[in-house]
Write a protein that binds this ligand. Structure first.
Ligand code: HEC
Ligand code: HEC
Length: 510
């Protein structure tokens, strides 16, 4: 049988060779191998049985938007000046080590999926929702899932990825050797595939993304760590709006990464969340987050996101490590219950209590007086666009229905407050004690990027800095810059010194 098959194969080859010639046959053969190795390969992604591993490294279906795995690995080889640490920790991504102490291959927040034979890596939820904390300056650095990614320089990451699009080093002659140096094993056919197909397509895609994003990056002040413009990249990438055509009012919408703890009460009570309270549906908030991470209507991995969503329902922050004076805490609680709890809920002995008349509702900014930029960056037009998403897939089952344009910011629960600094939607107030000062007395410029707790004021250590001057470590956050305003939220600012002290003591227990 095998022999007969072999003979038949030879006859077919000879006939084919006569018909299309030997070179034609070679081309066909190589084409066949490329098709077999790459284009016809079924999709695959690693699965993680442990939910925390799934959160940190599992795919949500964003990789179609992403870079090939071997290009990620080649970047530190090619661009050492941009990645001085030799990996993506230079822009605030977090690496873990395995049981033998070896650094893992990819940082938290990058997941892999093989599409058409090429392994790719791109963002998952943990990229923006996993941070670090040090209880003291020389203490151990703990990685906390669900807290804001206080180290991540998303602006730096985007600028870096689109910035290399026309760098000569991204050409096959340097990229292929860098991939090999990073460990890629490529034979001649693989090399030809990368040289003539994969790398040109990659460059083309990156150039296109750069054209979309460059005007935004050029216009907006540098964000600094722990922040992203939530909706403007979405407008230019997903909805093909030209940045220059956006209205002046909506062009800057830089926000802090929020926590993703305790989603169950937020969902059950239909709290109007996102910083501006634009959506009361938990499922829609998760799905729109996935779009921000790079999934498309068709690439999105719903079961993978459902697994995360289920876990986030009851993910609790670790209890606050502070041990303030109990008498002060008691006094502070009385002040808080009178002045704050209706909007925010409160901390009870066994955890956070999600109760309050206005909890999860939007406070009009005319009364609140916070910086408007994030509010104004979300427009009715964008909302109308969003409602067209997922309309034509899966019978419209995932279509957005609940987004709405609001006029303020959400009265959000304050669970896990010890992990959330700097405070307010734009991270403009470094500590809890500072939030109780009248706006003109709050710090005008301070360092962001530290994860060392400040046990006095509540938050991370954030010394004053001078905008424009070089800083040793961290990022100088300037509240006078567009979108960074620290005004508003006057609650508690007129309390007596001792009441403020007590209130901070109570807040330290959240
Ligand atoms: C690129 C960074 C980024 C990624 C990736 C990301 N998020 Fe977020 N997420 C944010 C930001 C920023 C906000 C706040 C948005 C706003 O209101 O401006 C947010 C808000 C949220 C909220 C609402 C929080 C609240 O209480 O208002 C939830 C829930 C959430 N994200 C879950 C997820 C999930 C689940 C994923 C993965 C499917 C994910 N996020 C991926 C940046 C990100
Ligand atoms: C009328 C409703 C309301 C009252 C009363 C109120 N707040 Fe707020 N609070 C808000 C809103 C809205 C925000 C979000 C503002 C923003 O993100 O810009 C907020 C934000 C905060 C934050 C920052 C949360 C974060 O994750 O960054 C803290 C802390 C806070 N409030 C504490 C207090 C304290 C303490 C009191 C009482 C002295 C108080 N609030 C009273 C509405 C209220």
């Amino acid at each position: 049988m095998a022999k007969q098959g072999g003979a038949l194969g030879r006859v077919i080859l000879v006939i084919a060779a006569i018909l299309i010639g030997v070179p034609g046959l070679a081309v066909l053969g190589i084409g066949g191998i490329v098709a077999w190795r790459y284009l016809l390969r079924p999709e695959s992604t690693p699965t993680y049985t442990n939910i925390v591993e799934h959160w940190k490294y599992g795919s949500i279906g964003s990789e179609v938007t992403g870079l090939p795995y071997w290009v990620w690995k080649a970047l530190p080889v090619l661009f050492p000046e941009k990645l001085p640490n030799g990996d993506l920790s230079s822009i605030g991504l977090l690496y873990e080590t395995d049981a033998s102490g070896n650094k893992l291959d990819l940082p938290i927040g990058l997941s892999r999926r093989t599409l058409q034979g090429v392994e790719r890596a791109w963002f998952n939820c943990a990229l923006c929702h996993t941070g670090t904390v040090q209880k003291t300056a020389d203490g151990a650095r703990e990685i906390v899932s669900g807290m804001p990614s206080n180290n991540l320089d998303m602006h730096g990451l985007i600028a870096f990825v689109v910035g290399i699009s026309d760098d000569p080093r991204l050409a096959p002659d340097s990229l292929i050797p860098a991939m090999k140096k990073a460990g890629a094993k490529l034979d001649l056919i693989d090399e030809a595939f990368w040289r003539f197909l994969a790398i040109p397509v990659l460059r083309e895609t990156l150039l296109q993304q750069r054209a979309n994003l460059e005007p935004l990056l050029a216009y907006q002040p540098v964000w600094g760590p722990g922040r992203v413009d939530t909706f403007n990249p979405y407008k230019v990438i997903q909805f093909h709006e030209k940045f220059d055509d956006l209205t002046e009012a909506e062009k800057v919408g830089v926000s802090d990464f929020p926590t993703t703890f305790n989603q169950r009460p937020r969902g059950d009570q239909n709290m109007e969340l996102h910083w501006d309270g634009n959506n009361p549906s938990l499922q829609e908030r998760n799905l729109s987050a996935a779009l921000g991470a790079g999934v498309t209507e068709t690439s999105v991995d719903h079961p993978a996101i459902d697994r995360i969503a289920e876990w986030l329902l009851d993910l609790r922050p670790a209890p606050s490590p502070y041990t303030p004076d109990p008498a002060k805490v008691e006094a502070g609680k009385a002040v808080y219950m009178a002045q704050c709890a209706t909007c925010h809920g409160f901390q009870g002995p066994d955890g956070y209590v999600f109760e309050g008349e206005y909890l999860g509702k939007v406070e009009p900014n005319a009364k609140l007086g916070a910086d408007r930029s994030r509010l104004d960056s979300y427009t009715q037009k964008l909302r109308d666009y969003q409602l067209t998403l997922f309309k034509d897939v899966d019978g419209g089952k995932y279509q957005f229905r609940h987004f709405r344009k609001t006029d303020g910011y959400a009265n959000l629960p304050l669970d896990g407050l010890w992990l959330r600094a700097p405070y307010m939607h734009n991270g403009s107030v470094p500590t809890l004690a500072d939030l109780l000062l009248p706006p003109e007395q709050r710090p005008k410029a301070f360092l962001r990027g530290s994860d060392v707790l400040d046990a006095e004021k509540g938050g991370f250590v954030a010394p004053a800095c001078v905008p424009g001057e070089k800083v040793e470590k961290g990022f100088c956050y300037d509240t006078s810059v567009r979108g960074n305003g620290n005004g508003g939220h006057l609650y508690g600012t007129d309390l007596s010194g001792s009441d403020k002290d007590a209130l901070v003591a109570y807040l330290l227990t959240f």
